[in-house]
Write a protein that binds this ligand. Structure first.
Ligand SMILES: [Zn+2]
Length: 105
């Protein structure tokens, strides 16, 4: 089985949804390809770093669905708003949870 890790820098967050779509299309074409999506942390320690802590995208989604609004950075142990992490990646920060499923590719 092959793995592809995708990391998108803070300045390129807006492209993440496009990259997602392409990767998920590829994933659909090649059986057994395992796509892992990671979101860079935006806490005060990670912000602007070349190697921030990366959150697992599915884990962030799961937390949102459990109505947990924050997640702890494992590097700084700071609480980070999940909305802020996903801002520009999937949905505007102030949209209600209900819209998340609609945007799933
Ligand atoms: Zn962090």
């Amino acid at each position: 089985m092959s793995n592809i890790d995708v990391a998108v820098g803070l300045e390129r967050r807006e492209y993440f949804s496009i990259i997602r779509k392409v990767l998920l299309d590829i994933n659909g074409s090649f059986q057994g390809l395992n796509v892992t999506e990671k979101i860079p942390c935006v806490c005060s320690e990670c912000k602007g770093r070349e190697t921030p802590y990366f959150f697992d995208y599915e884990y962030l989604r799961k937390r949102m669905h459990k109505e947990k609004l924050t997640v702890d950075c494992e590097r700084s142990v700071e609480e980070v708003a999940i909305n802020e992490l996903l801002s520009g990646i999937e949905t505007p920060a102030m949209e209600p949870f209900e819209s998340w499923d609609v945007l799933t590719l």
